[in-house]
Design a protein around this ligand. Structure first.
Ligand code: ADP
Length: 351
């Protein structure tokens, strides 16, 4: 059985169904990211796990212990669950040391040593202990919030958009450090985020939510390469969705004949990721679908190149590709587009 087990959780607020029969299993020591657009129910799910809300129906168990069974729920402070909020939610008038030690009894033996140990765990300098939160950077504040949440040795750690207030560089490094730290401590973690790249890089299990339901749950690679429908595909990154005729593991589409991960026959829709498309100068290549560059959007490291397919009979006649800034083709260049690897066929024909 999984460590955290969520079965059939539903929660309504008046006429709004925030959660609609959510099932989720989380293995001990793993990291799960819950992603989905705003309003899809991510925070409600997190609050129900934490114990700040009770479900209308459904069950939550942790390590075999029932935390909530419908509206009957164990109080939050008895659950052994740590929470790091979006902005860290540190106490502004307390020092870093007192923030970290907030959950530790005043007279706990070795209290100061424990606080120093927690500070070291989140890789902050001991000189920070006397500072107040407003004397720290955003990334440092999040690390203090994490140290505070770790102080009570939680069985489960919940992270609610923990890096969203940080700028891009700091965000990536803080995320890596936090993931490594939680892994080393063996703490089962659930993170809520609306950032797909963050979810894919942080977690070993990703759960995609929409309108109160979990649409797909699986390892990041599986969700990115084999999403159940175009909405999930697009939520997890840019996707090229094309109509295709399928037969015996191959698809015929505007880009030619492409190998697919399905043996169905008939009409269907396939997905490619932009990084699978390779541009070659028409004069140097005879393979690939012919096209003409119609637009370039220079954006630094990765630029957008829009190509009009010259032999496309249907509406899927334009493709957006990502190319490095070096050697960008000029508008008007005749090119050929070749496909690297295979395409994914959406499982339901109508999807
Ligand atoms: P997310 O975290 O994915 O943005 P939420 O869980 O916050 O989504 O919200 C899911 C839905 O439930 C939204 O439509 C939201 O407006 C509604 N909702 C959440 N909390 C409350 C509440 N306390 N009262 C009324 N509606 C709520």
């Amino acid at each position: 059985m999984s460590f955290l087990d969520i079965r059939g959780i539903s929660r309504r607020y008046g006429a709004v169904t925030a959660l609609d029969g959510v099932d989720l299993a989380v293995a001990a020591g793993s990291r799960t990211a819950v992603v989905g657009p705003s309003g899809s129910g991510k925070s409600t799910l997190l609050r129900i796990i934490a114990g700040f809300e009770a479900p209308d129906s459904g069950r939550v168990t942790l390590g075999g212990e029932v935390l909530a069974d419908g509206p009957a729920a164990m109080p939050a402070h008895l659950r052994g669950i740590g929470l790091v909020a979006q902005d860290g939610a540190l106490f502004p008038h307390l020092s870093v040391a007192d923030n970290i030690g907030f959950g530790l009894p005043r007279r706990a033996p070795h209290r100061a040593e424990r606080i120093a140990e927690l500070l070291a765990m989140v890789e902050l300098d001991p000189a920070m202990l006397k500072r107040r939160p407003d004397q720290l950077s955003g990334g440092q504040q999040q690390r203090v919030a994490l140290a505070r949440a770790l102080a009570r040795r939680p069985r489960l750690m919940l992270l609610d958009e923990p890096f969203s207030a940080l700028d891009a560089g700091l965000r990536a490094s803080t995320r890596k450090a936090v993931a490594a730290l939680l892994e080393a401590a063996g703490i089962t973690t659930i993170m809520v985020t609306h950032d797909q790249a963050e979810a894919l890089s942080f977690a070993d299990q990703v759960a995609v939510m929409r309108a109160g339901r979990l649409l797909q749950v699986g390892p990041p690679r599986e969700l990115y390469l084999q999403p159940k429908d175009p909405m999930i595909a697009e939520f997890l990154g840019e996707a090229i969705v094309l109509p295709a005729r399928l037969a015996e593991g191959w698809a015929e589409c505007t880009l030619g004949r492409i190998k697919v991960d399905d043996h169905r026959s008939g009409e269907g829709r396939i997905m490619l990721r932009p990084e699978q498309l390779v541009l070659a100068d028409d004069g140097h290549a005879s393979d690939g679908a012919p096209g003409e560059v119609v637009e370039i959007d220079f954006a630094g490291a990765l630029c957008s190149v829009t190509v009009r397919l010259l032999e496309a009979a249907d509406g899927a006649g334009r493709l957006l590709l990502r190319r490095p800034a070096l050697n960008l083709p000029a508008v008007g260049t005749r090119v050929r587009i070749a496909v690297l690897g295979g395409a994914h066929v959406f499982p339901t024909p109508g999807a």
